[in-house]
Design a protein around this ligand. Structure first.
Ligand SMILES: C[S@@+](CC[C@H](N)C(=O)[O-])C[C@H]1O[C@@H](n2cnc3c(N)ncnc32)[C@H](O)[C@@H]1O
Length: 225
């Protein structure tokens, strides 16, 4: 799954990566940056912090990819003096060279970008501190092989769409993911389907339909009780 990856522009001017083997982009073609901000930052992280007023937050991401969601989260947490413990699960880590071609350094302060680039490889071995607020660990494994004693406040579920990778959206994968969500924690993803809603309700979560990022009418947020 590391074929001829290509950098492509999306409608808001930010880049994404096209994976020809999967036949899909890493982000919405309507706008990578606006999708990341809308779905994960606003509907996920900011929603959780707004509810809890937490001064420390733990985030687990399924599909770290380019690190865009991490970069925006690290920027938000650093600017708001919020402690961040971030674990990104990624079965097929991108090369640093590929990440550097995304142009994402323009969306975060230079110190955040530099700390991410400097620590990306090391984060696959151990949790690394990027600055006084942010810690990153990259779990280089398949989702179903991810194990942790930790549970998380917020889960960003950013797998390729079910039409391309149905195994990431079945009961087993979603159940495996949800075991890492704390009580009161928030799960967000850009997609919403009847099947996903049913699965999450069946796992005891309260499912919410939220306006989607441009190009998608709705997205899904679920809160554990
Ligand atoms: C939609 S892209 C994620 C985009 C990413 N969040 C970003 O901002 O660049 C999906 C990601 O899931 C990863 N992936 C695919 N299968 C996986 C699996 N079984 N376990 C973990 N990650 C997987 C892909 O390599 C890819 O990076």
């Amino acid at each position: 799954m590391t074929p001829d990856l290509k950098i492509v522009a999306t409608a808001d001017g930010s880049n994404t990566i096209f994976n020809p083997q999967v036949g899909e982009n890493y982000h919405s073609r309507h706008g990578a940056l606006q999708e990341s901000k809308h779905v994960f930052l606003k509907a996920g992280l900011e929603y959780f912090i707004g509810r809890t007023q937490a001064a420390a937050v733990s985030v687990m991401e399924v599909g770290l990819g380019t690190g865009l969601n991490f970069l925006l989260t690290a920027d938000y947490c650093t600017a708001s003096n919020t402690q961040l413990s971030y674990t990104g699960i990624e079965a097929y880590p991108l090369s640093q060279e590929m990440i550097s071609q995304t142009g994402y350094e323009q969306y975060v302060p230079p110190a955040i970008w530099q700390a991410f680039m400097d620590n990306y490889e090391a984060s696959m071995q151990t949790a690394v501190k990027l600055n006084a607020y942010c810690q990153l660990q990259t779990a280089h494994c398949q989702l179903l092989n991810f194990q942790s004693d930790q549970q998380f406040d917020v889960i960003y579920f950013d797998a390729f769409a079910a039409i391309h990778q149905p195994e990431m959206w079945n009961d087993e994968a979603i159940g495996h993911t949800i075991q890492f969500l704390k009580p009161g924690g928030v799960f967000v993803t850009y997609a919403i389907t009847g099947n996903l809603k049913r699965m999450l309700k069946g796992m005891g979560l309260q499912v919410q339909k939220v306006p989607g990022a441009p190009g998608k009418r709705e997205m899904l947020r679920a809160v554990s009780s």
